[in-house]
Design a protein. Structure first.
Length: 408
């Protein structure tokens, strides 16, 4: 009888331990600054549970992990306290590529050893960097960023109240693995992040729109880019890149198709023969050339044309120089502006009467854009943005591999 009680106590204690280790969460948010305009939250314990379930379901992964470099120090032994909700933020009026997070240091000696182990170089003034991240040690905290330009511009954290509510993870997310929150003076918009086997999906709460049929149709096409946007979406997307020009040019609708091809480019140089006669020499190199067709529908094409001329985006040959890929030709008619590459014509896809951006991965892009030449981007199959009424969806689809995303 006593053995049964002992066994019951062990089960209860084990259950309590599992609960606090994997399910109990401290939802307090200490490090979101007042000048943040975008906040990304990651539910660390939910991600841990998802990782463990996937790990147990793939026994072959067990043996691969046992062969890993034993000299590498893991983040769990780095001397940092990882919060239950990782808080990543973007600062107002900074580049879209600049993101930061703040973590508490529990053991500075361990943390310095971790930095050394991961090839971080001391840049002076308690700042470190490697090929991907910048780190600044500030007392008992460290600031991690994709840039070091705004370490000193990170404002004070929000106080206990945010929009008359107690500041917690519940202010920004529900049941997803994470969330993206856009903060403005008027309101906060929350979008959930879900991690599946081969895709990451981001959408706003109560979103019931299914874009699968549209995505399937677009994925069958050969173009690497297909876009159709109304004026509202043009304004929202351009504002993300701090280039909100939609009010100035009054575009009602945008339609765009693009592809990339490898072409032979002729290089002409001059030299001299033995008799000092000038001779022409030709050589060839392969370059990646985009081909595109852009149509801007507007009720006032003359205004847009003048705006482009004032910006000096149209040269004497009627080329649109704001697009760095030449040659192209810009023209306008009664209710539209057309911009086409002239090397090869690209046909605009059929109108879907929907708002979307579809980017299909193309290996030719890696040699043109160095930032894309890494394994993360190579593993992507496509990116999709879709909007209908008040519902928004972003999907990043990855190529199928042996293991789900969380184990890669």
């Amino acid at each position: 009888m006593k053995k049964k009680y002992i066994f019951l106590v062990i089960i209860i204690l084990l259950s309590i331990g599992i609960y606090f280790m994997f399910f109990y969460k401290d939802k307090s948010l200490k490090f979101i600054p007042e000048n943040a305009d975008v906040v990304v939250l990651v539910d660390v314990k939910k991600a841990t549970r998802q990782y463990i379930f996937s790990f147990l379901a793939h026994p072959s992964k067990w043996f691969e992990d046992s062969k890993r470099d034993k000299n590498k120090i893991s983040i769990s032994d780095s001397g940092l306290e990882i919060p239950d909700f990782l808080q990543i933020f973007h600062l107002n009026k900074t580049k879209i590529s600049e993101w930061y997070t703040v973590l508490e240091i529990t053991d500075q000696a361990k943390f310095l050893e971790f930095l050394k182990n991961h090839q971080f170089v001391n840049d002076g003034k308690n700042q470190f960097k490697n090929n991907q991240f910048f780190i600044k040690i500030d007392g008992g905290k460290c600031i991690v960023g994709t840039s070091d330009l705004n370490f000193n511009n990170i404002g004070k954290p929000f106080y206990q109240k945010f929009r008359n509510q107690t500041l917690s993870a519940d202010s920004f997310m529900n049941d997803g693995l994470g969330s993206i929150c856009f903060i403005s003076e008027l309101r906060t918009q929350n979008f959930s992040i879900d991690l599946k086997d081969d895709e990451i999906e981001i959408k706003n709460e109560q979103n019931s729109i299914n874009f699968e049929s549209l995505i399937s149709d677009l994925n069958k096409k050969i173009q690497f880019l297909d876009t159709e946007l109304n004026s509202e979406n043009i304004k929202k997307i351009s504002s993300v890149f701090k280039e909100d020009i939609s009010d100035s040019i009054q575009v009602n609708h945008l339609k765009m198709s693009a592809d990339v091809t490898e072409v032979n480019d002729t290089i002409i140089s001059y030299g001299y023969d033995d008799d000092f006669n000038e001779i022409e020499k030709k050589s060839y190199q392969k370059i990646i050339q985009p081909e595109y067709n852009i149509l801007l529908q507007t009720s006032n094409p003359e205004k847009i044309w003048k705006y482009f001329q004032d910006k000096k985006w149209i040269n004497t040959e009627n080329q649109f120089t704001a697009i760095p890929f030449q040659p192209n030709l810009i023209s306008y008619s009664k209710n539209q502006i057309s911009i086409k590459s002239t090397r090869k014509s690209v046909k605009l896809s059929d109108y879907k009467k929907q708002n979307y951006i579809f980017i299909k991965n193309n290996p030719l892009l890696y040699s043109s854009f160095k930032t894309l030449n890494n394994q993360f981007f190579k593993d992507i199959e496509y990116l999709f943005y879709g909007n209908k009424n008040q519902d928004y969806t972003v999907k990043i689809k990855f190529k199928k591999q042996k293991y789900p995303l969380i184990l890669r």
